[in-house]
Design a protein around this ligand. Structure first.
Ligand SMILES: [Fe+2]
Ligand SMILES: [Fe+2]
Length: 290
C-alpha cells in the first residue's frame, strides 16, 4: 500500500510526540460555511456532520473511562500523557459544540438537537450496561477508528483539498491530536487486561454503535435536505463515501491482529507537517506565550 511508505515500524510513542491540550476558539459563521462543505457533496458532508454530533458526549465517555483507571498508573510520564489525553478530548468536545451550533444555525437545529440527545443516551446506556473495564476497551477501540480517520485526513491531500477552508482547520487540528494521543487509552487498557477477546469484542460492538449512529444521522440530515428523493445524488455520494471507507478498511482491520499496537505505524511525521498551520489558527485569546 502506497500509504505505508509514510510509516515506520515502532512499538512505543515516538519521543517527538507531545500530548498537550490546545483550546482553538474556532468560530464558524453559518452564512460563510457552505452547506456541503466537504467535496460539495451532501453525503460526504453529512457523514462528517453526523460524526461531529457524536463527539461532545462520545469524547466525554472516553475521558470518563480513562479517568476511572488512571490511578493504576504509577509512571509520571504516562500520568502526564493521560492528563494530556483528557485535556485534548475536553477541547474537542468544546470546539465540536461550536461546530454543531453552526449546523443548528444553518437550519439543522432539530437534527442537531436530536443527534446530540441520542449520542448522550447511548453513552449513558454504555455507562450503565458495561463494566468500567469494558468501557475502557470500547474507548480504546473507538480511538483506533478516530486515529485511522485522522491518518486519512492528514495523509491524503485530496481529502483536505475537498474541505472548505472555513471548517478545514477544525478537522486538521482534531486529526493531529487524535494521532498524538492514539495509544493512551490502548496502553491503559492493556495494563488492565492484556487479553485479546474483550479488546476485540469491545472494538466490534463499539464500531457497530458508531456505524448505527453515523448512518442514522447522515440519513436524517439528507432527509431534511430532501436528498433522499434524489437517487442520483445519493448514489454518487454513497459511492464516494463507500470508496473512502473501503480505503481505510485495511487499517481498521489491523486492530484485530494479536499483538497490535497503535504506534506499530509511526505516522508522527504527519503531526509535524501540520503543526504550524494549526498554531496559526489558534484564536488570539488562547495563544500561549512562547
Ligand atoms: Fe477527540
Ligand atoms: Fe481521541
Amino acid at each position: 500500500m502506497k500509504l505505508s511508505l509514510l510509516r515506520i515500524r515502532s512499538r512505543t510513542q515516538p519521543a517527538s510526540v507531545r500530548i498537550r491540550p490546545q483550546r482553538m476558539g474556532f468560530e464558524f459563521d453559518p452564512a460563510a460555511v457552505p452547506r456541503y462543505w466537504f467535496g460539495n457533496d451532501p453525503v460526504l458532508t453529512h457523514f462528517l456532520n453526523a460524526l461531529s454530533l457524536s463527539f461532545p458526549d462520545g469524547e466525554q465517555f472516553f475521558v470518563d473511562s480513562v479517568r476511572h483507571f488512571r490511578d493504576t498508573v504509577t509512571d509520571a510520564k504516562r500520568q502526564q500523557e493521560i492528563s494530556g489525553f483528557i485535556g485534548q478530548e475536553a477541547m474537542h468536545s468544546l470546539e465540536h459544540k461550536s461546530f454543531n451550533a453552526m449546523l443548528a444555525a444553518q437550519g439543522y437545529d432539530y437534527v442537531a438537537q436530536k443527534g446530540s440527545a441520542v449520542a448522550r443516551y447511548l453513552c449513558n446506556e454504555g455507562r450503565k450496561r458495561f463494566s468500567p473495564r469494558s468501557q475502557l476497551a470500547i474507548t480504546a477501540g473507538l480511538e483506533h477508528i478516530t486515529a485511522i480517520l485522522a491518518h486519512a485526513i492528514l495523509s491524503r491531500p485530496e481529502i483536505l483539498e475537498q474541505m472548505d477552508p472555513s471548517v478545514r482547520m477544525l478537522w486538521v487540528w482534531h486529526a493531529i491530536e487524535e494521532t498524538e494521543h492514539k495509544a493512551v487509552a490502548f496502553d491503559l487498557y492493556k495494563d488492565i487486561d492484556p487479553g485479546y477477546r474483550m479488546r476485540v469484542r469491545a472494538f466490534l460492538s463499539g464500531s457497530l454503535g458508531l456505524l448505527f449512529f453515523s448512518s442514522a444521522y447522515t440519513w436524517r440530515f439528507l432527509k431534511q435536505d430532501g436528498v433522499h428523493r434524489q437517487p442520483l445524488t445519493l448514489a454518487r455520494g454513497g459511492l464516494r463515501l463507500g470508496k473512502l471507507l473501503l480505503s481505510v478498511l485495511p487499517d481498521y482491520l489491523d486492530y484485530l491482529r494479536p499483538g497490535f499496537h497503535p504506534w506499530d505505524d509511526d505516522n508522527s511525521a504527519l503531526i509535524a507537517r501540520f503543526k504550524q498551520q494549526v498554531e496559526a489558527a489558534v484564536a488570539p485569546q488562547y495563544r500561549k506565550a512562547a
